[in-house]
Design a protein around this ligand. Structure first.
Ligand SMILES: Cc1cc2nc3c(=O)[nH]c(=O)nc-3n(C[C@H](O)[C@H](O)[C@H](O)COP(=O)(O)O)c2cc1C
Length: 191
C-alpha cells in the first residue's frame, strides 16, 4: 500500500491571529517533512450553517458537501482547537456534526489532536471532550503524547515557533506516531 497519507488540517479557532492556527502550521510543517501533502480546511471561509436537520433534509448545502468531500478523501485529520468553556469550540463541533450525519465521513480515520489556550491547562479539558466526540465516530486518536500549549500568549516566538523546544518535540513525536497509527488502521480498514 502507498506509504503516503492524505492529510487535512482544521483549526477550531476562526480568529486570524489564532494561536491554534500557529500550532497547526508547525504541525503541518512536520507533516510536510514526513513527505505528506496537507490540505487546509478554513472554517471561517467555509461558513458552514449551524447544523439543522431541516436544512439537511433539503440536501447538504454546498459548503457542507465541500468539507465532506475533502475529509472523505483523507486518511488523517489534524485538529488544533482552543478551549471554550472547558470544551471544544462551537465552530469545530458544528463541523464535526456535519461530517458525522447521514454517512459518518470520519469513520475509521485517524485524528491528530492538540491545542493552545491562554490559560494554565492548555486545552486539557477540551481535548478530553474532543477524544470523547471522536470515539463516538470511530476515529482513532493516539493515547499519548498529549500536547497542551499553555499560556499561549507567551508560548510562541517572533517566528511563530514554540519557545519551549520540548513542546515542539512533543508535537513532532505526536505527528510521526499518529502517521504510524494511520498506516496501521488504514490497512485494517481497507479490505
Ligand atoms: C468563549 C470563550 C471561552 C473560553 N474558555 C476558555 C477555557 O475554558 N479555558 C481556557 O484555557 N481558555 C478559554 N478561553 C480563552 C482561549 O484559550 C483564548 O481565547 C485562546 O487564545 C483562543 O485560541 P485562539 O488564539 O486559537 O483563537 C476562552 C475564550 C473564549 C472566547
Amino acid at each position: 500500500m502507498d506509504d503516503k497519507l492524505k492529510v487535512v488540517a482544521i483549526s477550531g479557532s476562526l480568529r486570524q491571529d489564532s494561536y491554534n492556527k500557529k500550532a497547526l502550521r508547525i504541525v503541518a510543517r512536520f507533516a510536510t517533512e514526513e513527505g505528506m501533502n496537507i490540505e487546509e480546511i478554513d472554517l471561517k471561509r467555509l461558513v458552514l450553517p449551524i447544523y439543522d436537520a431541516d436544512i439537511e433534509s433539503l440536501g447538504f448545502p454546498v459548503s457542507v458537501e465541500n468539507i465532506r468531500k475533502i475529509v472523505q478523501s483523507s486518511d488523517v485529520i489534524l485538529i488544533a482547537s482552543p478551549e471554550y468553556n472547558h470544551s471544544v469550540t462551537g465552530a469545530l463541533k458544528n463541523a464535526i456534526d456535519w461530517l458525522s450525519t447521514k454517512i459518518n465521513i470520519l469513520d475509521g480515520k485517524t485524528a491528530v489532536i492538540f491545542g493552545a489556550s491562554t490559560g494554565p491547562f492548555g486545552t486539557l479539558r477540551s481535548q478530553m471532550h474532543l477524544r470523547q466526540i471522536l470515539a463516538a465516530l470511530n476515529v482513532f486518536v493516539l493515547p499519548q503524547p498529549q500536547v497542551y500549549i499553555r499560556f499561549a500568549k507567551e508560548a510562541f516566538d517572533d517566528d511563530d515557533n514554540l519557545v519551549d523546544t520540548k513542546l515542539q518535540n512533543q508535537l513532532k513525536e505526536l505527528i510521526v506516531k499518529s502517521f504510524g497509527l494511520a498506516r496501521l488502521t488504514r490497512s485494517l480498514i481497507t479490505k
